[in-house]
Design a binder for this molecule. Sequence first.
Ligand SMILES: NC(=O)c1ccc[n+]([C@@H]2O[C@H](COP(=O)([O-])OP(=O)(O)OC[C@H]3O[C@@H](n4cnc5c(N)ncnc54)[C@H](OP(=O)(O)O)[C@@H]3O)[C@@H](O)[C@H]2O)c1
Length: 269
Amino acid sequence: MKVTIVGCGNMGLVYARAFLRYQIVNADSLILAEKNEQRRDELMRLNLGKVTVADTPEIGDTDLLILAVKPQDFSDLAPKIAPYLTSRTTVVSIMAGITLQQLASSLGTTQVVRAMPNSPVELGLGMTGFSAGTDVLVAQIRQVEQLIATTGRTVFFEDEKMLDAVTAVSGSGPAYFFYIVRAMIEAGKEMGMSEAVAATLVKQTMLGSFHLINNAGKSLDDLIGTVASRGGTTEAALREFEKYHVHEGLKEGMKKAEQRAGELANLKS
Ligand SMILES: NC(=O)c1ccc[n+]([C@@H]2O[C@H](COP(=O)([O-])OP(=O)(O)OC[C@H]3O[C@@H](n4cnc5c(N)ncnc54)[C@H](OP(=O)(O)O)[C@@H]3O)[C@@H](O)[C@H]2O)c1
């Protein structure tokens, strides 16, 4: 299989490394198309694949083409690569807010897949939701899934509209988590801990609790109940959270993110 990555910044590089690590492709079958000259020099030094620019016929000589430029660069890029694309190539876009319909009309191919990864892909612990144009065959979807799975877990959505929710839940999700962790560390400091000690307590608590979610065989309500005994400290904290509408606030914030994802996609159409 031949794979081309167009736009080899942060995300493009993550994918290149992940594909090679899992031997989905070897460096001979990987093309890295990058506009930025300095970045191209860096990529050449890394020796991950053949380094080139996007507006070259060889861009079409590929089974899978990953589009990892910023969404605002897509309108400039699309006419440069469209003439070289044929039905042989499945295009996978990770650009936030560019719809399947926009991809198909700008690139002149219906072999399009839209994926929404999140930042832990960098560690192979990412979460990516993806959706495909109706002309993309199941075999192609499987191939794309195999590629994306090198960066973490994947979920396929028949309905592209769900990618707005994916953006709100897992795409932006790492920031919500960091926000909560930061608040907990600040609280620890306000109780007299040093930042380092508070951070150690909070990070280890998050890690251990995450594993309990997956391995304790209990519901979230049961897990909360196990820690929050009646009249105790945790219950006092949870009551205060309710007073400040933390639960509702988080949910409402996420719904706003979903709405914004839809608005941004419409703005670009
Ligand atoms: N970071 C995340 O967690 C995350 C999550 C979900 C989705 N995404 C999506 O991932 C995409 C890439 O994000 P990123 O953070 O990796 O961006 P980035 O670091 O800016 O990388 C994009 C690269 O593409 C290059 N480029 C621009 N136009 C090009 C062209 N015509 N041909 C070839 N290369 C071109 C840019 O060069 P210049 O610097 O010279 O412009 C840059 O090196 C975005 O669309 C974003 O929406 C990211």
